[in-house]
Design a protein around this ligand. Structure first.
Ligand SMILES: [Zn+2]
Length: 247
């Protein structure tokens, strides 16, 4: 686990060492479902480390909906944690950690330095095409009067353009975005997708500044073996947790 420890918030970037998540996935039952036992392990690992009271994850579905927690009663009960579907969490509550679990998808951590709001996004290409980033910013603006120029961004580990090979038809999914060609990486006869570039261009369009983006934690999950990779391991791949907590 790598920590980014600021005076008003803490971001934890998990990896394979934090919890043995691989064996807790039951591919026979439901490939995309992560068991409650995994949640217990992840929770324990992060609670011990970051000394936080509660940690919230959702059942991620590659969509564009999520949860905005402004009251303790909105936190899903721990035993039902993965019944609550969503791909982003926003909170203004302190000592409540919010997290996403990923293996190749991109974890995006957002922090409003003026309004003191934390948000975390599970961003694969499907969620990004479904405008998950736009929805998060809409909620930040509506609920907290956030200004995109005040948002700090931390990019977590994801499949990098060095390894994220796709076929040329893949880019048809992105054609509605005027900038999609910037996300295409060609090497010899092969084509690769630059996932973080796709997310970054959407954030820039919304008014977030490049100088507020931190790329230090964005390692490639496919060629850096500290991380779990769905592309390498398939449905049995573990997941790394990325978490932010307001102090
Ligand atoms: Zn790579």
């Amino acid at each position: 686990m790598v920590l980014h420890n600021a005076s008003s918030y803490l971001v934890c970037f998990g990896d394979k060492n934090d919890c043995c998540v691989k064996s807790y996935i039951n591919p026979d039952k439901n490939k995309s479902k992560i068991s409650g036992k995994l949640f217990d392990e992840v929770r324990k690992s992060f609670l011990n480390f970051a000394q936080i009271n509660k940690i919230v994850f959702l059942k991620q579905v590659h969509g564009a909906n999520g949860l905005c927690i402004t009251d303790l009663s909105q936190i899903p009960k721990e035993k039902n944690i993965f019944d609550f579907e969503g791909d982003f969490i926003i909170t203004n509550l302190h000592n409540i950690a919010i997290g996403v679990l990923t293996a190749d998808c991109l974890p995006i951590v957002l922090y409003d330095k003026i309004k003191n709001i934390a948000a975390i996004v599970h961003a694969g290409w499907k969620g990004l095409v479904a405008n998950i980033i736009g929805k998060v910013f809409e909620k930040l603006q509506k609920n907290f009067d956030s200004n995109p120029t005040d948002i700090l961004v931390f990019w977590g580990p994801c499949a990098g353009s060095c390894c994220y090979e796709v076929n040329k038809d893949f880019f048809k999914n992105l054609e509605k975005f005027y900038f999609f060609e910037k996300t295409v990486v060609k090497k010899q006869e092969k084509m690769f997708f630059n996932l973080i570039c796709f997310a970054k261009l959407q954030l820039l369009d919304l008014g977030v500044a490049t100088k507020n983006m931190n790329f230090k934690y964005n390692n490639c999950t496919i060629c850096d073996n500290r991380f779990f990779s769905y592309r390498l391991a398939g449905p049995i791949a573990g997941r790394q947790a990325t978490v932010i907590v307001l102090k």
